[in-house]
Ligand binder design. Structure first.
Ligand SMILES: Cc1ncc(COP(=O)(O)O)c(C=O)c1O
Length: 384
């Protein structure tokens, strides 16, 4: 048995306050996007080294220089975006990138288009917090779950300021195709819009090729704020660290905001990020091997249940099965599974109205837990 085949439930209830800690001990939580495994040893050792080096003074507002040099190299080589260290801002988690981009780009009365919708709920929340309106460009949720760039073009008004993209996509697990990305780029260019692109799940791709939107051409690298991070693929969301890049002087404005909002990303968390990027390839390969097996298992089990249709995700730790055939709202299904099966999943409607009918299930756990959760879900749905 490998290191990902079993997890200690007692340990999970103690250490994962949001995903597990708030539930009774008979519950299985497949909800919050935490993984159920300890972080790689290399990351823990990097933090200890950082403490022993007494790295307690303030650091640079844009992030540690050596770290940004390595991030820029990674962005050039892997993402094909022509970044230098000066184009990179280290931030306290990908969430900070969502917030910064909305705070920078939106004013009350503006509109931001979510492309695609449904999407990670804080996208919607941060648009609202900036006083703007969220406009949903929905995937074809009952068909091939693709984005229609013509629909996106129709949704642009003279108040649109920002396009918000999530690729790989939370919650459907889709990897957008070059064709879809080119469609988004064309609309951005035509209407001179800023683009925010969340690529946090780039390390968790099973099939297909993840293409960075900002790599399409020079124009896109100038108008796109891309966010990458470590919290999902390396299991360290409690260490608040991620990074963004844009090849435009606007990076200085974002850095100034970061300075006045939070000074800089936590030094220990930056050490963790550095170790994730430079020392954890082997760990990541083993983790993804496990995740591929869990994905296939969950998709198979769910598709074997009456009234459930579960497309196989190309990336992310999520499946987003469609249960609309059961004739209940996704919130009712979620409540029912919590009460009857004692399994926690997330209602699709929290990702936007196009997620109605679906639930999001996080499969970043052991086969034992998934097996038990699927048995319980199957038994509970069978009673409907
Ligand atoms: C698409 C997406 N962006 C951002 C975040 C937040 O990430 P972080 O913990 O790095 O702030 C999440 C977390 O689930 C996410 O799914």
């Amino acid at each position: 048995m490998g290191q990902f085949d079993t997890v200690d439930k007692e340990f999970l209830f103690r250490r994962a306050a949001i995903k597990w800690g708030k539930w009774d001990r008979d519950v299985l939580s497949l909800s919050v996007a935490d993984m159920d495994f300890p972080a790689p040893l290399e990351i823990k050792q990097a933090i200890i080294r950082c403490v022993e080096e007494d790295r307690t003074p303030y650091g640079l507002h844009q992030g540690d220089q050596e770290f940004r040099e390595i991030l820029a190299l990674k962005i050039r080589q892997r993402n094909c975006i022509p970044a230098t260290a000066d184009d990179v801002l280290v931030i306290p988690g990908a969430m900070a990138g969502i917030f910064l981009s909305c705070a920078h780009s939106l004013r009350p009365g503006d509109e931001a288009i979510l492309c695609p919708s449904p999407v990670y709920p804080p996208f919607i929340k941060n648009i609202h917090l900036a006083g703007a309106t969220a406009v949903h460009c929905s995937l074809d949720m009952r068909g091939n779950r693709r984005l229609d760039p013509e629909e996106l073009d129709r949704l642009v008004t003279d108040r649109t300021r920002l396009l918000m993209v999530c690729n790989p996509h939370n919650p459907t697990g889709r990897v957008l195709t070059r064709e879809e990305l080119s469609g988004i780029a064309e609309v951005a260019r035509k209407h001179n819009l800023t683009v925010f692109c969340d690529e946090l799940y780039e390390d968790m791709v099973y099939e297909g090729k993840h293409i960075s939107l900002a790599s399409l051409d020079e124009d896109m690298s100038h108008r796109t704020i891309t966010v990458f991070g470590f919290s999902k693929a390396f299991g360290i969301p409690g260490f608040r660290v991620a990074y963004l890049t844009i090849q435009d002087p606007v990076i200085q404005e974002l850095t100034d905001r970061a300075h006045y909002y939070w000074v800089h990303a936590d030094t220990l968390a930056q050490a963790a990020g550095m170790a994730a990027l430079t020392e954890c390839d082997g760990w990541l390969a083993e983790f993804m091997d496990h995740m591929r097996q869990m994905r296939d298992y969950v998709v198979n089990r769910l598709n074997g249940m009456d009234g459930v249709h579960c497309p196989s995700p190309e990336a992310t730790p999520f499946v987003f099965p469609d249960l609309s055939a059961l004739g209940k709202s996704s919130l009712d299904i979620t409540d029912y599974l919590r009460d009857k099966a004692r399994v926690i999943v997330q209602e699709g409607s929290s990702f936007g109205s196009s997620g109605e009918g679906c639930v999001r299930i996080n499969f970043a756990t052991s086969r034992n837990i998934l097996n038990e959760a699927m048995d319980r879900i199957q038994a509970a749905l069978g009673l409907l």
